[in-house]
Design a protein around this ligand. Structure first.
Ligand SMILES: CC(C)(COP(=O)(O)OP(=O)(O)OC[C@H]1O[C@@H](n2cnc3c(N)ncnc32)[C@H](O)[C@@H]1OP(=O)(O)O)[C@@H](O)C(=O)NCCC(=O)NCCS
Length: 240
């Protein structure tokens, strides 16, 4: 962020937009400091929305999260089983705080991304990434409503998040997962991406190279061919 006069503001500093060089306003990758009500709103990436068919033939809609999803995210979280919450947060966490709800729903779609899956009006899954500042690496996390697990939704969210991340200059996802979390580790291992893991204190750190190389494309094609119906259907745009 370049400010007239050479002053580099810290997060939370009050900055007059007139002081910011015009070419720096709203430039992707220079959004660490945002100015509520002043800066341009992040562009909502409609091209990431698509309809997908799960392994059991249910059609779900994947799309980037929006701030107005907050009430549904709260409701989704409140209905997760304690076991799912524990595997996501590594602790009992029955309610999301207001700060978490804001952080989880207000993203810039470049360095911080969240995709949700909807079955009708119901939010049934969330996958997100958060880029480590200044790096091509982002931490990912997923949670799928208990009744919708083992239907391939976690895998579909990883595919779509990786596609978005790669387009935004991210090359590597990292994830922290409990060692006993066979499902999450299976999603990574079966993805077709190159995955390495290390274990410390019962926590697996997985590093996933999200380059869509030939091996990944082969795995993706094979996975989608196993689904009874076409895996993806065009929604709002031709991208999916
Ligand atoms: C981990 C989690 C996100 C996985 O989501 P999911 O939607 O159940 O994942 P998927 O259905 O894509 O994959 C799970 C299993 O289905 C299998 N699968 C997925 N798609 C498939 C397909 N088309 N054909 C055959 N098998 C498939 C996967 O290999 C995996 O197999 P396994 O259960 O035998 O090990 C989900 O279990 C969850 O929300 N858990 C609680 C929160 C959590 O653990 N978060 C992780 C912390 S980051």
């Amino acid at each position: 962020m370049i400010v007239r006069g050479g002053w580099i503001p810290e997060r939370g500093d009050e900055v007059d937009m007139a002081m910011i060089e015009p070419e720096d306003r709203g430039v992707p990758g220079r959004r660490e400091i945002r100015f509520p009500g002043q800066g341009p709103a992040p562009r909502y990436p409609v091209e990431l929305a698509c309809d997908v068919t799960t392994r059991v033939g249910t059609m779900v809609h994947l799309r980037p999260i929006r701030p107005d999803d907050a009430p549904r995210l709260v409701d989704f979280h409140a209905h997760l089983s304690p076991y799912s919450v524990y595997r996501r947060f590594f602790s009992a966490h029955p309610r999301l705080s207001a700060a978490e709800v804001e952080r989880f729903t207000c993203v810039d779609y470049v360095d911080r991304m969240a995709l949700i899956a909807e079955d009708g009006d119901r939010l049934v899954a969330v996958g997100r990434y958060d880029r480590s500042p200044g790096k091509a690496e982002a931490e990912v996390a997923f949670v799928v409503a208990d009744q919708y697990q083992h239907q391939g939704i976690g895998t579909l969210l990883l595919e779509q998040l990786a596609d978005a991340g790669w387009r935004n200059g991210i090359t590597t996802f990292v994830a922290k997962t409990l060692m006993e979390n066979r499902e999450m580790l299976a999603v990574f291992a079966d993805s077709g991406f190159r995955v390495t893991t290390s274990v410390e204190d019962g926590i697996v750190s997985a590093t996933i190279l999200i380059e869509p190389d030939e091996a990944y494309r082969v795995a993706l094609t094979a996975r989608h061919a196993r689904v009874q119906h076409p895996a993806r259907h065009q929604a709002d745009t031709p991208r999916c």
